[in-house]
Design a protein around this ligand. Structure first.
Ligand code: SF4
Length: 96
């Protein structure tokens, strides 16, 4: 006996479309961790956050966002505050 194929006009699941400039945040690995994980107070915490960022699919977007917005605190895109300052300094040097 053949099963009847039921066709509907509505998709079975609907994922809300987000075209905002920060839509990538919804794909970050950090969404599964408490925000405090990415605002560590010591080097061990920074390493822990970096390890989570390492396999994140939106690392590049995250780092560029933090650099463009001049976010001073926390680990973004797998980079600590100090690392982001170095990147910005290097970029300024390239533009000079
Ligand atoms: S790179 Fe790190 S902080 Fe950025 S979205 Fe991914 S997991 Fe979150």
């Amino acid at each position: 006996m053949k099963a009847k194929l039921q066709v509907t006009s509505e998709p079975v699941t609907q994922v809300p479309f987000d075209d905002s400039p920060t839509a990538w945040m919804g794909q970050g690995n950090c969404r599964n961790y408490p925000p405090a994980t990415f605002f560590p107070s010591d080097g061990v915490g920074v390493d822990r956050a970096r390890a989570i960022c390492k396999g994140c699919p939106v690392t590049t977007q995250c780092l560029e966002y933090a650099l463009e917005e001049r976010i001073e605190h926390g680990v973004w895109g797998g980079c600590s505050e100090r690392e982001r300052r170095r990147i910005l300094k290097r970029r300024r040097g390239l533009l000079a």
